[in-house]
Design a protein around this ligand. Structure first.
Ligand code: PMP
Length: 361
């Protein structure tokens, strides 16, 4: 068996220790004679797995008690629609700060439900920077302000939390949750699809300040109602038990490795090494994002000579470095380096890039 260093943006690489544990527990979970994914979600075994996952995530992120934590299906995109249905009156204003592709998808999900207002957008500059807070035009009386903490495709990340006054700040943390310490109390809602930093695709984490659940929102079915999900402990219907279980193993792994402080340090080293390699290449490689907002999780880069893209990917694959092709919206390359990407993986990539440049530069 040989595992490559996998730079996929999501679904993304998972910690090998977690995969090995899941493998060992696959046929017989803790001596019950069945896999955890073959047991009722309401049985004592899975209830324990679910409760531990929530408790571990609360520890990992220091989530205050006045926030509810949900494990839901539908991906981050579903949550983007539910934000408006749950927290805005029909036709109420909601402010969106658009700093890349995923900010745009968030906006697209709510047009039927709210008066969506683009408070600021980096699109004119090709999403290479984040518009300064002073230039945002926030709407008085808006239901919330939505930001994308880290833009997975454009590689743009908020490095400072914006102050939006009394209006709750809602943030898509799909590609940067648990990558560093975060003051959860600054947010109304934090949501994330699991498939980058938390586990396998199929479950999303939603962290909601409880007082917001008293908002009337809009007419909606029970299954679209965060209040009902909180009351039902994320088990209104059959939850994605496999994904929840694996996410729980990832949380335990992160805690054992030293928690978010440790990952923040590793992620800073990993991303700094890659950006140093790109910036020090005399233009052979380039990243166009303003240095102050460069993502620590997703590093898009381009080769000066596009004709070398194919050989770069092929030789990288031969060197055990996979999934480096950039998103089709941007082209070029992208290295996603979430918590589960070991430093050795990024060191191998940086060494490969220098070597490739020497041979083709
Ligand atoms: N937001 C961000 C920042 C993302 O990276 C993604 C997926 N790559 C999404 C939202 C959409 O997530 P999902 O596919 O889980 O709906």
């Amino acid at each position: 068996m040989s595992r490559a260093f996998n730079f996929s943006a999501g679904p993304a690489t998972l910690p090998q220790a977690v995969l090995e544990q899941a493998q060992a527990e696959m046929l017989d979970w803790h001596g019950v004679g069945a896999s955890i994914v073959e047991l009722s979600h309401r049985g004592p075994e899975f209830m324990q797995v679910a409760a531990e996952a929530e408790a571990d995530l609360r520890t990992l992120m220091s989530i205050p008690d006045d926030y509810a934590v949900l494990f839901l299906q539908g991906g981050a995109t579903m949550q983007q629609a539910l934000l408006a249905l749950n927290f805005a009156e029909p036709g109420q204003a909601a402010d969106y700060v658009v700093t890349g592709h995923w900010g745009k998808t968030a906006l697209k999900q709510v047009n039927h439900y709210v008066q969506a207002h683009v408070a600021a957008s980096g699109e004119a500059g090709g999403f290479r920077d984040i518009p300064p807070r002073a230039d945002w035009t926030l709407t008085p009386g808006a239901a919330y302000v939505h930001v994308t903490a880290n833009e997975t495709i454009h590689g743009v990340e908020f490095r400072e939390l914006p102050d939006v006054g009394d209006v709750p700040l809602f943030a898509d943390f799909s590609s940067s949750i648990v990558s560093e310490p975060l003051d959860v109390s600054r947010f109304g809602v934090i949501y994330a699809g699991a498939q980058k930093n938390l586990g396998p695709v199929g479950v999303s984490v939603v962290i909601v300040r409880r007082d917001l659940l008293e908002r009337a929102g809009q007419p909606r079915a029970d299954i679209l109602d965060y209040r009902s999900h909180v009351k039902g402990e994320s088990m209104l219907n059959t939850p994605p038990t496999w994904n929840w279980y694996l996410a729980g193993l990832v949380f335990k792994w992160m805690l054992a490795e030293g928690g978010v402080e440790e990952f923040a340090a590793r992620n800073a080293r990993k991303s700094a090494l890659l950006y140093r390699t790109i910036d020090g290449s005399d233009g052979f490689y380039r990243n166009e994002v303003a240095p102050a907002v460069r993502s620590r999780m997703n590093v898009p880069f381009f080769l000066r000579d596009e004709a070398l893209d194919k050989p770069f990917l092929a030789e990288a694959k031969d060197a055990g470095l996979i999934s480096l092709k950039g998103h089709r919206a941007l082209g070029g390359m992208r290295a996603s380096i979430y918590n589960a990407m070991p430093e050795a993986g990024v060191e191998a990539l940086a060494a490969f890039m220098r070597d490739f440049q020497q041979r083709h530069g």
